[in-house]
Design a protein around this ligand. Structure first.
Ligand code: 8YV
Length: 320
């Protein structure tokens, strides 16, 4: 947690900070939460019903993230505990990273870097060597057209890409027009896109929704990008698709298990770019996330509405 945020919290409350192993072991968390009024947590902390029910005095949970699939929101709601999160402030940073990954795949930036690093750039490339593809005129398929999906669409428009999308809710025709985006079924999205970028939340409904059946529908020359949650993709199926060259490549910032194990094939495949869950990792964004996280907690503990409260709605709950 940022220093300014810790200082502000300490000015108001008795604060206990876990500074040991991450994530905090469940037993330890359960024992330390018993006398706490509020909790600040991160996506790697599993805040399940055992943890929530151990917090006898718990009134507020504030997560330093837009995703809240790590919190049993139902269990919290049953106990009248307010759950808050940090959307909006990380939209731009995450959309920027998604576009960076799209560009890296299309223009083979990582491959280029690798051949120079390994001293394999021995001759000047001829006109047909080391070719990537233009973004211009290609179709970007956005799965999950929420705040981040829309920000990706706006950026992709700047590169003159065509936008298809699939989402829980279809946008209004005015919004579709503004973004120049066409709504299609999930099947059609996977069939028609040159690159698919995932921006859906992780829920029981999206759990491993991207499986072999769907990947088989993609064009051989197409790419997959994921900056949302790893478990939306069936990783084993993706590895099969990549090894068999059913798709051209993937760029992933999130994984089924994080940190990814070095023995995972995704760390070895040539047609894969991986980054260590850095979607929101910019100086500006992380500072704003910290501001919102403590504001959310302070407002909730003061009996007021937090800046961003997680609403209990079926289909968006469940633990990862
Ligand atoms: C993490 C994220 O919050 O916001 C999310 O849902 O996955 C990330 O931005 C960030 O890595 C801090 O743990």
């Amino acid at each position: 947690m940022h220093g300014f945020a810790v200082r502000e919290l300490k000015r108001r409350y008795d604060v206990e900070i876990h500074a040991g192993k991450i994530p905090m072991p469940k037993k330890l968390l359960i024992s330390r939460i018993r006398d706490k009024d509020g909790l600040i947590c991160y996506p790697y902390d599993k805040i399940d019903s055992d943890v929530i029910n151990a917090g006898n005095k718990l009134k507020a949970i504030s997560t330093f993230s837009v995703g809240y699939n790590h919190i049993d929101v139902n269990a919290a709601s049953e106990r009248g505990i307010v759950v808050s999160y940090t959307p909006e402030v990380l939209t731009r940073a995450t959309a920027d990273l998604s576009m960076a990954l799209v560009l890296s795949l299309f223009r083979r930036i990582n491959e280029g870097y690798e051949i120079i690093r390994k001293n394999e750039w021995k001759t000047i490339f001829g006109p047909y060597e080391f070719l990537g593809t233009d973004l211009y005129g290609k179709t970007l398929g956005i799965f999950g057209m929420g705040r981040i999906g829309k920000a990706v669409a706006r950026r992709a428009s700047g590169f003159e890409m065509k936008i298809l999308y699939h989402s829980r809710k279809r946008l209004s025709s005015l919004e579709e027009k503004k973004l120049d985006a066409r709504y299609v079924s999930l099947d059609e999205l996977f069939r028609r896109s040159d690159v698919i970028s995932i921006h859906a939340p992780y829920t029981p409904k999206t759990h491993e929704i991207v499986n072999l059946k769907l990947l088989k529908k993609m064009k051989k020359a197409s790419f997959l990008v994921n900056t949302s949650r790893g478990k939306i993709i069936n990783e084993k199926d993706l590895i099969v698709a990549l090894k068999k060259k059913m798709i051209a490549g993937a760029a992933l910032d999130v994984f089924q298990d994080e940190p990814i194990d070095i023995s995972n094939s995704l760390t070895k495949l040539k047609n894969v770019i991986i980054t260590p869950h850095i979607g929101s990792a910019t100086v500006e964004t992380r500072r704003e996330m910290a501001e919102i996280t403590i504001k959310n907690l302070i407002l909730s503990l003061g009996g007021k509405r937090p800046v961003y409260q997680v609403k209990v709605e079926s289909g968006r709950l469940g633990l990862s």
